[in-house]
Design a protein around this ligand. Sequence first.
Ligand SMILES: C[S@@+](CC[C@H](N)C(=O)[O-])C[C@H]1O[C@@H](n2cnc3c(N)ncnc32)[C@H](O)[C@@H]1O
Length: 171
Amino acid sequence: MFLSLIILVIILFLLLLLSMVWPPDSPWAPWWRTNTKTAEVICALAKITEKDIIYDLGCGDGEVLIHAGKIGAKGVGIEIDPLRVFTAKARIMRNNLSKKILIKRSNFFSEDISKASVIIVYLIPKTLEKLIPKFKKELKKGTRIVSYVYEIKGLKVRQVDKKNKLRLYIL
Ligand SMILES: C[S@@+](CC[C@H](N)C(=O)[O-])C[C@H]1O[C@@H](n2cnc3c(N)ncnc32)[C@H](O)[C@@H]1O
């Protein structure tokens, strides 16, 4: 009994280590998330106000949306991983933001994002590249896009915050 518990703990620990090397986009990589400080900087960089509608594509546990909701903005988080959807919903409820922030369990490629005034992404370059046609087709002129860590090759960058690994794009 004790030995099987030790083995289980070792397996869980190895999975956690492995999750650090999986690409950040993967539902198996919970390690990669935006922290509170960066979420604040993202909202400041995108100049988010209560008039904005934020779409976080692959919203994880909803950190950026929670901060945007506290500013007064509305938001939609689209997340494919059920565990992270559950966590994001629980956090939104705990912060009394259920009237402002909606979390959808879905693939963002099949969702309409045309209502967004701000898009937030923390996704690998290959996925960002695939999103460009969707951005160009669905988003209004003037929509701000903030990408954390990775560059969106193919869109003209407006502002770079090297320290916080953030890039702002305006369509
Ligand atoms: C690096 S994490 C970022 C999470 C969150 N945005 C943050 O910054 O804390 C990327 C997230 O995108 C999600 N994801 C990847 N591809 C997706 C897709 N096609 N549709 C919805 N979510 C996706 C993953 O499950 C993961 O939670």
